[in-house]
Design a protein around this ligand. Structure first.
Ligand code: IPE
Ligand code: IPE
Ligand code: MG
Length: 255
């Protein structure tokens, strides 16, 4: 066992997102069917939520099912839907008890009625919780997100409530998913691939990216802490120079 990693509370990311990848390969390594990997991945979800809750990170967004994942074999898709329902059923009470607000982002219209009802009930039950917002991205795609925001803005224009000249980044950004939460600070991908796979394209504009070979079912507090430690050691310049960042930090320290 490696030594626990010390994390500086004031430097923690306020919003972390994770592309939870590698379940299928993990299962294959164990000589089990892919769905076994998805089931084991559920334990990593619980661990990650607990970790954010303990550290006091206010927002966690997990990529559970992409708009492209419908292309997988039908039995895998249906197992994933079953698992989603089971997880909602078994976890929501506990999330609520722990002051977690649950939200599902993505195009929910593709899901069956019972699942939609389950999602709505879970969101309603936990809506007032303030310790952690847990967003589950399901049938989510970054391009879908931008398109749905554009559609809402276009509707306003067509109703004469808005003129195109007033559409800017701030305005469109308000219609994107998660716009009421802190900016995405850290985007983690497990499973060794180095790509975004149509996740939070808009929201990740200035997120720090962190990739690990660790497969999702093996993702634990130690690996999560490594990601956060890497985040805290990065210099975020947001287009400025290093000297400017340093000067700003010094003036803030002086108060
Ligand atoms: C991620 O694991 C979970 C989902 C996409 C639902 P994968 O199922 O993609 O696992 P690999 O990448 O095939 O190992
Ligand atoms: C991304 O993983 C989606 C989720 C983790 C839910 P994929 O395994 O679907 O990504 P690609 O297809 O390898 O890019
Ligand atoms: Mg994958």
């Amino acid at each position: 066992m490696s030594a626990p990693i010390e994390l500086e509370p004031s430097a923690l990311p306020q919003h972390v997102a994770i592309i939870m990848d590698g379940n299928g390969r993990w299962a294959k390594q164990q000589g089990r069917p892919r769905v076994w990997g998805h089931k084991k991945g559920a334990d990593s979800v619980r661990r990650s939520v607990r970790f954010c809750r303990e550290l006091g990170i206010p927002a966690l967004t997990l990529f559970a099912f992409s708009s492209e994942n419908w292309q997988r074999p039908a039995d895998e898709v249906s197992s994933l839907m079953q698992l989603f329902k089971l997880m909602l059923k078994s976890e929501v009470k506990n999330l609520h008890k722990n002051q977690v607000r649950l939200r599902v982002i993505g195009d929910l219209s593709a899901f069956d009625e019972p699942l939609i009802a389950q999602i709505k009930a879970a969101e309603q039950l936990t809506a007032q919780n303030e310790a952690l917002t847990l967003n589950i991205a399901a049938n989510y795609g970054g391009r879908w997100d931008i398109a749905q925001a554009a559609r809402q803005v276009a509707l306003q224009v067509s109703q004469g409530e808005l003129v195109p000249e007033h559409i800017d980044e701030q305005l469109l950004g308000r219609y994107m998913q998660l716009s009421d939460l802190p900016e995405l600070d850290l985007l983690i991908r497990t499973g060794g691939d180095v790509r975004i796979s149509n996740f939070l394209l808009w929201q990740a504009a200035y997120a720090e990216l962190w990739f690990t070979e660790t497969l999702w079912p093996d993702f634990d507090q130690q690996v999560f802490a490594e990601a956060i430690a890497a985040f805290t050691s990065r210099e975020r310049r947001f287009g400025c120079t290093s000297e400017q960042v340093f000067a700003l930090a010094s003036s803030q320290l002086k108060g």
